[in-house]
Structure formats: C-alpha cells, structure tokens
Design a protein around this ligand. Structure first.
Ligand SMILES: Cc1ncc(C[n+]2csc(CCOP(=O)(O)OP(=O)(O)O)c2C)c(N)n1
Ligand SMILES: [Mg+2]
Length: 344
C-alpha cells in the first residue's frame, strides 16, 4: 500500500521485537483511586437509572447495560490523552461517560429527546462526540473494529502520535473482519489498542461454547500482534496493562491486544432474562471481585471515611438524577427532523 511505504512507522521496534513481560499491577495513588471510584460509580448509577427508566417504559428500543465491566473503560481512559480516539459496540454508555460526555445528553438520547447526542434520533447504540474523542456506538457486531483501525490509520497518515482504543466483545472476536483489520494494522504498524472485553458471554452463548481459542490475547498471534490477558475487574491492572499497550502503539510499534477478563451482571440487553446462567454465578462474581467494591475497600483501608464515600455517592446520584430529569422533560424532536440526517 503506497501510503504505508511512503510513511514508515517512526521509531518502530526491530522486526520481531516483543514488549516486556506482563505489566505489573501498581498502586494508583489515592487521588487516582478516588477518580477511578467516582467514574466507575457514575457509570454504575447511570446504568441502574437507565435500567429503571427502561422498566418504566421511558426508554424504548435496544439498551445494553455495562454494569460489572466499569473498571475496563475507566482504567483504559486513564492511559490516554487528548486527540486519542475511543470506539466500541452497542454496550456503550460507560465508554461515553468515561470519555467525558455529558450524562444529560446520553440519557436524553436514550429517551429520544432533542437534547440527546443524536438529537433523540439515534438511541442507545448510536451516539458520537468527536469533541470528546468518542466515535460510537455501533450496533453491528464487530463493525467498529475496521473503523477503529481506520482511525489509527488516520493518525499514522497525519503523522500525529494519537492512538485508537478499539473495544469489542468476545463474541465479536470470532468475526472475519476483525482478522482483516489485524492484518492491516500489523502490516502498516497502526497505533491501535484492540481491547477485547471478554465478559464470558455473547448474548446467551458462553465463551467456551463458541470459541475454539478462549485465550483472546493470542488472537493476533498469526499476525505477530502482541497481547496480554488482564484482570478487567481490577482498575489498577487495567491501567497498568493499558499504559504499556498505549506506549507500544504511540511509539510506532503497531497494534497491541488486551483481553480484559470481565463480567456483565445484567442480561445481554434489557429484554434478556439470562436463563443461560445461574444467579449463583452472578452473585459469586459480584461478591468476590466487584470492580467498585475493590476500590472502595482500598480507600477505606487507606483512611477514607464512610462519610466521605457517602458524600461522593450522593454527588454522583445527583448528577444521574439531574440527567434523568432532563431526559424526561426535554421535548421530543420536532417532526421536521424526521427528514434530516438521513441518507436517501
Ligand atoms: C453482524 C451481527 N450479527 C449478529 C448480531 C446480533 N448480536 C448482537 S450482540 C451479539 C453478541 C455479541 O457478543 P460480544 O461480542 O461478546 O459482546 P457483549 O454483548 O458480550 O458485550 C449478537 C450476536 C449483530 N448485532 N450483528
Ligand atoms: Mg461478550
């Protein structure tokens, strides 16, 4: 490909070079722990509220909640800088909030109101904010992988040092377009971190039933893309692995794969009764490795008081309540909007 030949990767590692061994888990420090706690809590409370509003009939259409997976997106967001890009599938509210998008605009999109990020015409799976580096929001499983690879291509082409964080699920990881993207990304040394959120299920199908290779960090092996398995329930582990992967990409070494081992507590979408797994299985993960509880316990051990944590919780609840209020009172789009933003 002409462009790639004209613009060889800057400061690329020697062919066959390997990144150092698995990223060690480091303490984040109190300030970052509080930040991570607050952001994960915002996602959790936002999603709980969205679930309630869906149950009340205030939100229609598809709605896939991210509850349980919060440490992945919050930890990764702590590794990137302005100008980097984030793209994901339909389980996307957490990614938007982590990117700094306004909870009011996200919630109002869920209720189909004018002040929503897509003017109330896109819904849960179709929101974007170039200003915040968020490129969707994609309902077609795996579709974001070539697009995220294209974002990385644009970074190379423009000779900036930005990185694309391209998220997808364990189910999406079995799609052909993912491997076409891997090939191009490694061939052209594109700065893309492929983040496979292995939440153990693709709709009602468990990873072991659907995947021949369940170690997703190895999925780039035939393209020589390095990968790492990460405890996606521990925000510190996510941050440590993310720092390493982002640095690898930013320095021109090509793509990196992170398999985030995580879990979704809710059904695939709001309409899924989740009969393919037991309540005990969900309760065990919640009890043993909830990402928010882990940070909460460390903060308490570090001397933060219950009262301080309660205040933080109240602050987050207020943000979410305001968003829910806005999303119920903002007007619906004007009928004249029916024919705008559509391709004919
Ligand atoms: C091309 C395509 N095939 C099938 C579907 C239906 N579908 C929606 S989500 C999903 C499962 C994807 O699971 P995974 O990638 O593990 O993501 P998760 O939902 O667990 O976050 C399927 C098959 C779709 N939206 N697009
Ligand atoms: Mg999955």
């Amino acid at each position: 490909m002409a462009v790639a030949r004209k613009k060889p990767a800057p400061a690329a590692a020697e062919p066959g070079a390997e990144p150092e061994s698995k990223a060690p888990i480091l303490d984040l420090g109190k300030e970052s722990e509080i930040k991570a706690y607050r952001e994960m809590l915002l996602i959790r409370r936002f999603e709980e509220k969205a679930g309630q509003m869906y149950g009340m009939g205030l939100i229609g259409g598809f709605c896939h909640l991210y509850i349980g997976q919060e440490a992945v997106v919050v930890g990764m967001q702590m590794t990137i800088k302005d100008g980097d890009q984030v793209i994901t599938g339909y389980r996307d509210h957490g990614h938007m909030l982590a990117c700094g998008m306004d909870p009011k605009g996200v919630m109002a999109e869920l209720t189909g109101r004018r002040g929503g990020y897509s003017k109330g015409k896109g819904g849960s799976m179709h929101m974007f904010s170039v200003a915040k580096g968020f490129y969707g929001g994609h309902g077609i499983v795996g579709a974001q992988v070539p697009i995220g690879t294209g974002l990385a291509f644009a970074n190379r082409y423009r000779k900036n040092d930005n990185v694309s964080l391209t998220y997808f699920g364990d189910g999406a990881a079995n799609q052909g377009q993912v491997y076409e993207s891997f090939n191009m990304a490694e061939l052209w040394k594109l700065p893309v971190v492929y983040i496979i959120e292995n939440n153990r299920y693709a709709m009602g199908t468990s990873v072991t039933r659907a995947s021949a290779q369940t170690d997703f960090s190895k999925r780039g092996a035939s393209f020589s893309i390095p990968g790492e398995q990460v405890d996606g329930m521990d925000v510190r582990a996510v941050k440590a692995a993310g720092d390493k992967a982002v640095k690898w990409c930013r320095e021109g070494n090509g793509p990196f794969i992170l398999e985030m081992q995580t879990y979704r507590y809710r059904g695939h979408s709001m309409s899924d009764p989740a009969k393919y797994r037991t309540r005990e299985e969900v309760d065990k993960v919640r009890h043993d490795s909830d990402p928010i509880e882990q940070v909460r316990n460390r903060l308490l051990a570090d001397g933060m008081s219950e009262q301080e944590l309660k205040e933080l919780d109240a602050e987050v609840r207020e943000i979410v309540n305001n968003a829910a209020d806005f999303a119920q009172h903002d007007p619906e789009p004007d009928p004249s909007e029916l024919y705008t933003d559509v391709y004919r």
